[in-house]
Design a protein around this ligand. Sequence first.
Ligand SMILES: Nc1ncnc2c1ncn2[C@@H]1O[C@H](COP(=O)(O)OP(=O)(O)OP(=O)(O)O)[C@@H](O)[C@H]1O
Ligand SMILES: [Mg+2]
Length: 253
Amino acid sequence: MSGQVPPLAVSGVGFAFPGRQVLADVSFEVAAGEFVAILGPSGGGKSTLLRLIAGLLPPSAGEVKVAGERVRGPRRDVGMVFQKPTLLPWRTALDNVLLPAGFRRGASKAEVARAEELMVAVGLPDAAGLYPAELSGGMAQRVGLARMLLHDPDLLLLDEPFAALDAMTRERMALVLQDLWLARPRAAVFVTHSIPEALLLADRVLVLSGRPARIQADWRVELPRPRLTETMAGPEFNQLALALRRVFDEVAA
Ligand SMILES: Nc1ncnc2c1ncn2[C@@H]1O[C@H](COP(=O)(O)OP(=O)(O)OP(=O)(O)O)[C@@H](O)[C@H]1O
Ligand SMILES: [Mg+2]
């Protein structure tokens, strides 16, 4: 439908920590069902941008709108996954998924049923009663993905969710995320350092860089889905990866 309100609109956003301007005049929109990856150098302001979108920090300039409303704090219709699993060690995996509902105690029957379904959907059918110390890094991030999806948000925010994992697990997790997203495509902003990960998942890749950081490039990725390990070995994928690498090196230099 034309004229629809975008799930996310970032307009002229700037942000400064005391004595340090981090972001300047960042503007972009994410359409319903659109997966956007953000690439940028370390320390460039990517996590700060996600925290602004999530309502965890207020912008110093400009505004962030989610579903047409100015963001003033965390919202139920926005799900987030952080780089570290951020699981509570004294709660079971299922209870960690239920954290946004006030844990099992505060959750409705429907929320508990949904959490149980999500544990299966992320590939952890037998892990509901395990504690975080009993989970591998990949399993912990699967719990994080399930938690992000608990309230079936229309906007997903992911801050390098797989960065701490080994290469094979990381690739497998990107494919898990792709499956979850394909089951219900929705707006997503996915921060990564990995060009192949961005190309595997995204409809668009934004390159953020500079001091303060601005959006330097906005690329469309037309590869058909589902994208597979074989897709990544193909010539089209590799040409795109190389071209994006050149853009990234140029703007990050
Ligand atoms: N709480 C804070 N107080 C002051 N400066 C901060 C704070 N958090 C981050 N910064 C600074 O803001 C800049 C951007 O940080 P941010 O974490 O957004 O970068 P990033 O792009 O996510 O980096 P990385 O890829 O390493 O995760 C950095 O220079 C960082 O030192
Ligand atoms: Mg970061």
